[in-house]
Design a protein around this ligand. Sequence first.
Ligand code: CMX
Length: 477
Amino acid sequence: MVLFRGGSVLSKFCSRVVHQPSTSYRSVRWLQVQSAPQEDLRAQLQELIPEQQERLKKLKSEYGKVSVGDVTVDMVIGGMRGIKGMLWNTSLLDPDEGIRFRGHTIPECQNILPAAIFGGEPLPEGMLWLLLTGKVPTMEQVSALAKELQSRAKVPDHAFKVIDSLPETAHPMTQFTTGIMALQVQSEFQKAYEKGIPKTKYWEPTYEDSLNLIAQLPIIASYIYRRIYKGGKIIPSSDSLDYAANFASMLGFNDPKMHELMRLYVTIHSDHEGGNVSAHTVRLVGSPLSDPYLAFAAGMNGLAGPLHGLANQEVLRWIKSVVVEVGTDVTTDQLKEYVWKTLKSGQVVPGFGHGVLRKTDPRYTCQREFALKYMPDDPLFKVVSQLFEVVPPILLELGKVKNPWPNVDAHSGVLLNHFGLSEDRFFTVLFGVSRSLGTLSQLIWDRALGLPLERPKSVTMDWLESYCNKTAAAVGA
Ligand code: CMX
């Protein structure tokens, strides 16, 4: 009998998947669930694509000339902030409310997506289904997708050899993108394109590549982790675990709470609309029909920047440096002093601020709730909570920071650290594995909708000055 959070019972189709409505944890026995046609993700997409193609065609023909906003000089020189210039269907970010995945907030996803344990965190397979189809999956669909991902999770030997050719000291993100590039030789899209596949069928090998990549990334990531930090002792994949639990297990973590954390982690890091550096890079590099491996590897190089995904590594380091200097019983005044010291040395306070958000990131909030439930007495969690009080007023005092509130990276490291994953240099790889779910789902749709090559217009400073002078003169005349 399967019990969903809302209490619905799905015993008819899924009698062997057992959840206990208690604090005990049980792994879902995925492979015992037989898949039926309605559980075939590819078939579901096949059905959805024509109606979405029609929808886009209508939008273009009826409203193609409607303006969706003005571009100011500030936007041109300010990293294109706020310019609405990209179609991205899998998620949408509201500055105050935060992310919605296909229209659903994080708390809603925690309620409606199937979980591995009663009242537990959503299964990433469910999030992948939601991102790809826009529909909330049943447990049978999620189980079938988990099974499909397992069948695709076979990494060719050469990929490990390519990673091994790098020094162990290479940053884990360098090893990660190298591993992804090594997987590229298996690209179905590249092979199909070379054979002359018609445009109408592009999405099909894109789907194959994307699902293969999503399935294989945890193996590449855990290989890198075990290689660098655990003397190369590799833990094989387990057929009886779901995507996130299996990933945690391959990393070497078997605490059921850590499996729950990984489910939450992968789910909330999966997508953050299209304009962030990693997502936008996947879109941009995919747009000239570079295959999913090439596009995703490029996105991961963007994620590796300290103002983006690498901030999760920076946050834990920063918190640990506070503790080394002042101890875990740090007072508010000591923390304030440390924040000012960081700012005065010309550095940013990692984990705070955002390019779009103007309130506390709901991805921070749900991680805080996780910490309150599973590790309320963790000393570093206490520091994270204190920082929530101390940092925003200081950043506001600077007078230039648009969002003083914590983002997703302010919390994740302390949670991982609590369960034993303390090697902060590895954190961005976890972010990267998770980000595959959203960016590759969207890439499949880019190909299905026939979205064109990205080619925004750039201008020179001369052009801008001359344009502004002419505009000012016209207004004055
Ligand atoms: N600490 C110190 N200064 C900060 C700051 C922070 N946390 N956040 C913003 N600022 C500064 C900016 O550096 C900028 O200064 P200058 O004008 O001197 O260049 C000024 O405030 C205005 O920046 P903004 O418009 O508020 O923010 P941006 O959109 O330019 O940048 C971000 C957003 C995330 C890069 C920035 O807030 C930052 O550097 N935060 C710390 C790093 C971090 O946590 N990144 C992770 C973000 C989430 C993610 O992508 O994973």
